[in-house]
Ligand binder design. Structure first.
Ligand code: MN
Length: 453
């Protein structure tokens, strides 16, 4: 299987797999599209394409990356291979190549033709301040160092050509700060509408790849082929040639304006505060663009942000505990807080050390459950059974108090702290004499059930 190289290629794959619902009736961009998409997602339904949103002539798609299976389909891999494919992309990124032209610039709008209100940008939650671009990946390039960065930021639409952008102290912040110190606006591009490889690359956090690591090397690595980039029409930033739509502009130096409120990924509102301002200089898109939406807190958002954690954490954990086998960063733990890890236990201390390694692998990790090699971390029933039969709280539990809490935690300790819990549910290697042999019925595993069903 070969990987999709554009959103529309991924949509074709979803269509043939019966994983896409097309809605032909006119749908409103204010709440209506988000409501339908949220209900479909919560019911475990397919990706959804709204063919007509506000009669704007641009369809809106959501849910293309809402499940591991859909992501795997786009990457041309089996669902269980995704972690390995991802780990390889992090270890062996493939540098992007710049090409002369690409479909994302089939239509170019500059100057007075720039109007964000002609795009079907959705308004999602009741108290949100207005329409928000939630799926936008911001590309920035530092012309002196050559450092390129790709990352997600929520953007509130204000009028024809202004976005209020949330930039917390990570990579983009560092680049912008450097420009701001010398009074310069930072040229950027916002990419909307891409396949899983680009979206996952943008979702890979700074704890997995340092500043200076070009995230487009990850999308190339994920597909096994370099990302093709074109130069923006109004600045020197480069964007994927096969994207659907690009908003070019600059983040103004020394300017902050009110942004919010907005419903955050944990399902609560972030109140309004003063944020960075992006002034739009151009909008380019395909001749028939597809706008890609994303609902805050949806399985799709959590998976895009969370899936990169699995390979990145696994790499770090294996450095400390070589017997680490597979990892599941769970949906219920918002794809970042709760980790289930299976290990090939070689030393009595491996369970406890694996817990410490998992805490060290990502600062957001709040709960770690370690199980033996014969327990599948993705089988939550089997994991609970391992805890029920092997885990003793007075002996196998690790609590670390006073670490840094993620801001979305609702009841933090003093000074924004959190406490972390580790559960070692592995079997002891010290012989206890009984109950260690797993019961099996001879022939059961080998049986061909189709003879009877
Ligand atoms: Mn980065």
């Amino acid at each position: 299987m070969t990987a999709a190289t554009s959103l529309r290629a991924q949509i074709k794959l979803l269509d043939s797999a019966g994983e896409l619902l097309r809605v032909h009736e006119r749908i409103g961009s204010r709440f209506e599209a988000a409501a339908i998409a949220q209900r479909i997602s919560r019911a475990g339904g397919p990706a959804v394409m709204f063919e007509n949103v506000d009669d704007l002539g641009i369809p809106v798609v959501l849910g293309t990356d809402a499940t591991r299976e859909r992501v795997a389909l786009s990457l041309g891999a089996a669902p269980r291979e995704v972690i390995d494919v991802f780990a390889r992309a992090l270890d062996q990124p493939i540098a992007p190549v710049v090409v002369e032209s690409g479909p994302v610039q089939e239509v170019v709008r500059t100057g007075g033709q720039v109007d964000l209100r002609r795009l079907p940008i959705l308004t999602h939650f009741e108290n949100d301040a207005g329409p928000y671009i939630t799926s936008g990946m911001v590309v920035a390039e530092d012309p002196e160092s050559g450092i390129r960065n790709v990352s997600y930021h929520r953007m509130q639409v204000v009028g024809r050509d202004e976005l209020r952008v949330v930039i917390v102290p990570r990579h983009l912040y560092a680049i912008q700060e450097k420009f701001e110190r010398t009074g310069r606006a930072l040229p950027v591009a916002v990419v909307v509408g891409a396949d899983s490889a680009v979206r996952l690359a943008a979702g890979t956090s700074g704890s997995a790849v340092p500043l200076g690591f070009d995230e487009f090397g990850i999308s190339g690595g994920l597909r096994g082929n370099p990302e093709h980039l074109v130069r923006c029409v109004s600045n020197g930033v480069h964007v994927p040639a096969n994207a659907e739509l690009v908003i070019e502009g600059e983040i103004l130096a020394g300017v902050r304006r009110s942004e919010g409120p907005f419903a955050e990924f944990a399902g609560f509102y972030k109140p309004a505060s003063d944020r960075h301002v992006l002034s739009v200089t151009a909008i380019t898109h395909r001749a028939d663009p597809i706008y890609q939406g994303l609902i805050s807190g949806s399985e799709e958002q959590l998976l895009l942000m969370g899936l990169p954690n699995e390979p990145a954490m696994m790499r770090s954990i294996r450095g400390g505990v070589p017997g680490a086998l597979s990892i599941h960063v769970t949906s219920g733990g918002l794809f970042k807080f709760h980790v289930i890890l299976s290990i090939e236990k070689r030393h009595e201390g491996d369970g406890k050390d694996a817990i410490i390694a998992a805490f060290a692998a990502h600062r957001d990790v709040k709960m770690v459950t370690v199980v033996d090699a014969d327990v599948d971390p993705f089988d939550l029933h089997a994991v609970e059974r391992a805890v029920a039969t092997w885990f003793q709280a007075d002996r196998d539990m690790v609590i670390v108090s006073g670490g840094k809490a993620n801001p979305v935690e609702r009841q933090q300790g003093p000074g924004g702290t959190t406490s972390r819990l580790g559960m070692d549910a592995t079997a002891s290697l010290i012989p206890s004499g009984d109950m260690i042999t797993r019961a099996r019925i001879p022939g059961a595993d080998e049986l061909d059930l189709s003879r009877f069903l």
